[in-house]
Design a protein around this ligand. Sequence first.
Ligand code: UGA
Length: 446
Amino acid sequence: MLTDKPRMSVFGLGYVGTVTAACFAYKGFNVVAFDVDKGKVESLNQAISFIYEPELDEIIKQAVSSGSLKATYNPNYAIMNSDITFITVGTPQKVDGKIDLRYVEDASRMIGKALKDKDDWHLVVVKSTVIPGTTNNVVKKNIEEVSGKTCDRDFGICFNPEFLREGAAVHDMFYPDRLIIGGSEKSSSYLLNLYNMFYGEKMPETIITNAENAELIKYANNAFLAMKVSFINMIARICQKIPKGDVEVVAKGIGLDKRIGSLFLKAGAGWGGSCWPKDLSALKKFAEEIGLELPLVDATIEINKTQPLILIDFAKELIGSLEGKRISILGLSFKPNTDDMREAVSIKIIESLLKEGAEVIAYDPKAMDNAKKIFGKKIIYANNSIECLKGADCAMIVTEWDEFKNLKPEDFINNMRNPALIDGRRIYDPKIFSSKLKFKAIGLGE
Ligand code: UGA
């Protein structure tokens, strides 16, 4: 049983690594954050966050100024000054859709190299999303090979998935629904103790299992949530064909059934982000390798491929040909409260509009810099929502930022050349809006 707070290191400063390192350090744990990117390391040491995430800036400032959070690009220093290492590197998608484990391999070799010279027992915790078997067959194997040490006797290993949502990652870190720990008895109880110290009386329900089950839980979780969203988007298509059909009412009706639940039943222009698209693809490829088909995952992906294009069809129904028309896009990030545009549906929508010969003007409260990297001079960038609407022939709500929810019908009527609005995220009251301007919304029948 641990009595002193273990010292931690975190390998990989993406969303998960940065939030994990900062939150543990904020709670008084000594944390060394490691990344190969010197820019990130220097930035963190100056208490400057390089990602946009609500509440994170303040947490980083406090953790760095109290001396509990330090960043380094020296992996040996990180290992020598910690008892537990979290691997939080990215697991992107290869061109063929399979999981790309190169960063996990690099991190485990670096850890193995450093552990060679370390006498004390050390726990390695894989948090990166990896297909079943990776923790034992890749991470453990690499560490044993490079360090010459034996797992369990000289060091321990666990898989411990993260369920942090971008835009709510700090909240999710402090108030998780549950913890999943996959590893041997010794390793799991060491990690459990760490979390007991972190959460105290608020310790969430915990499932302790083997690494393979824990690895699959992460994929099953993301696939199920994506399936739920694609399901309601499928139902939204039915609602669009029924007079006075409304997916919001249908979602509420089924969501009240406790067996279904109301969360993740918001119909919209489709799902994106840095996790679901690559995780569903990796799961499909993994299943193929073990001789299985995943028809529910296929359907989930398939529905999402065409969902954003419904907005293009709606625009044509409202204003005819899009050639030469100015279309205003409100929202670019893959969801609100983040600047992340990875696999955002806005990209697909804008590309389709450009193909149709439309002129696109776009605005997002946080993602403008990322949008400029993607679209360059192909589109026009507005400084605020009203500027984005000026002179437009049709406006589309693509991300449900709070500031768009405050827009009134008059904002569209008074600023657009032709007030036609498509609510791709169901943020407006259809009764009010459709009585004042040309209006269409996902999951809304005529
Ligand atoms: C997701 C999971 O929710 C996290 O638990 C997990 O840790 C994370 O992936 C990961 O694997 O790292 P995230 O991608 O940040 O988190 O975003 P979500 O909030 O899950 O939303 C995913 C997408 O679904 C977004 O594009 C969002 O707009 C869309 N969505 C979500 C809907 O269209 N409707 C909904 O009801 C919910």
